[in-house]
Design a binder for this molecule. Sequence first.
Ligand SMILES: Cc1cc2nc3c(=O)[nH]c(=O)nc-3n(C[C@H](O)[C@H](O)[C@H](O)COP(=O)(O)OP(=O)(O)OC[C@H]3O[C@@H](n4cnc5c(N)ncnc54)[C@H](O)[C@@H]3O)c2cc1C
Length: 476
Amino acid sequence: MRSIVWFRRDLRIADNAALFHATGHSGNGVIGLFVVTPRQWLEHAEADCKVKFWLDNLAELSAELAKLGIPLRIETTDWFSGIPATIVNFAKKHECSAVFLNREYEVNELRRDEAVASACQKADIMVRRFHDRVIVPPREITTKEGKFYSVFTPYRRVWDSKALDYIESSPRPAGQPPLDIKPSKIPVKIPGFDFSKFRDDLWRPGEAEARHRLSKFCSKIINYNLARDIPSAAGTSLLSPYLAAGVISPRQCLAAAVASNGGQIVGGEGATTWISELAWRDFYTHVMVACPRVSMHQPFKLKTDALKWRTCRHDFEAWQQGQTGYPIVDAGMRQLNQTGWMHNRLRMVTAMFLTKNLLIDWRWGERYFMRMLIDGDMAANNGGWQWSASTGTDAVPYFRIFNPFSQSKRFDPEGVFIKKLCPELGSVPKSALHDPKKLTASIKELGIDYPDYVVDYQTGRERALAAFKSLGSSST
Ligand SMILES: Cc1cc2nc3c(=O)[nH]c(=O)nc-3n(C[C@H](O)[C@H](O)[C@H](O)COP(=O)(O)OP(=O)(O)OC[C@H]3O[C@@H](n4cnc5c(N)ncnc54)[C@H](O)[C@@H]3O)c2cc1C
């Protein structure tokens, strides 16, 4: 038997279930396949930097696969709807009788995979699918009544008791005698995407880079609980782009964290807190699978769909461009625009600012983040947005609205991060950065070109409270 391994967001050799099983069952060899779908990616608001990161990682993957004698071929079809025919034709051309793949859980991806499975069945091609994207597969964690958990804490308790059962990695696949098929050239351009601003100094591709990040981070994991909220400190792992593209597996991350934690899931505060973030990642995928409407632009709390969001383009653009007059919000948005990544604390601050202080629909922000993030992941992004907007599972109560000035005073007291991203505020005294009246006075006195507040904090807060209150009690 000759098989295809259809790579998607699992661009790695190590601990890759589909690849491992394919190499064990294909006496006539394995061919790697990646399908480029430019128009579908545009419709899904994939970020320029994310697509570039995929291509860079495909080049690394292709070189590593070649060492195992496995060629990586690239096919292109504009939409997911073209993939079933593409795969069947590819299989026929290269005499493959099986397709191995790791599951994806978003609605369009599930439909695409069903269409591929049915086209393959008709063509007598076997399809084998594996759970590989999260640690504990979706639907494995349910309440005693068999329902899904919509609150993280009880989910996490069960997750803690199960995660170690899934920690074992798939062994490295064996090499094969070279096939008479050459690897494809990896495209350097994709229609509709602009790679000119990609920060290759920040986001080096490859499994070796991801593993290096993981081990560097684990050497200081003990401090994670203290450092994770400080945007100016390198306190988090910066692994999210690698996890999103599958350059490293969440199991590899869990195994490394558990090893730094005396073999335990719960123990030292730093490691336990980081493991919790891996559990949040699983949780949001679990929510998306149990309640697919969240990935179809609908809120988890259906009643909040009646909320009268403002459709103010001016305010939305000020937020997008980091020109709201709130230094910590602007610094966060500029970090996103310049690097393709934003610190988690600032994702919460900026998302809550958009949905509460500006009362702009979370779906606008969700799509903008997706269009800009190198780590854009539908489940995590949607979960984060719906948490911030108080429309989701386990969301923040609507009346708890972050004050951006208190947030910056707490998490960037010296203004180090703000001044790096908003250099025009360089001469503003630090006390003024966290005080709206002093900031206005300081800007005027120093003649700085920095925007006035897009909305007065108190006015924005009261407007949001009134809008949520009008929904009645189930919006809490
Ligand atoms: C509004 C909003 C949008 C977000 N969008 C995304 C997104 O598109 N993609 C994404 O990967 N994360 C998203 N997050 C979660 C989080 O901000 C990022 O995962 C984190 O900042 C990535 O940096 P890191 O790798 O250094 O994280 P670390 O702190 O080192 O965490 C390790 C890993 O755990 C996972 N993780 C951490 N926090 C969360 C979380 N709250 N939810 C789910 N997974 C988490 C990530 O895979 C991360 O790489 C979002 C959060 C918010 C509030």
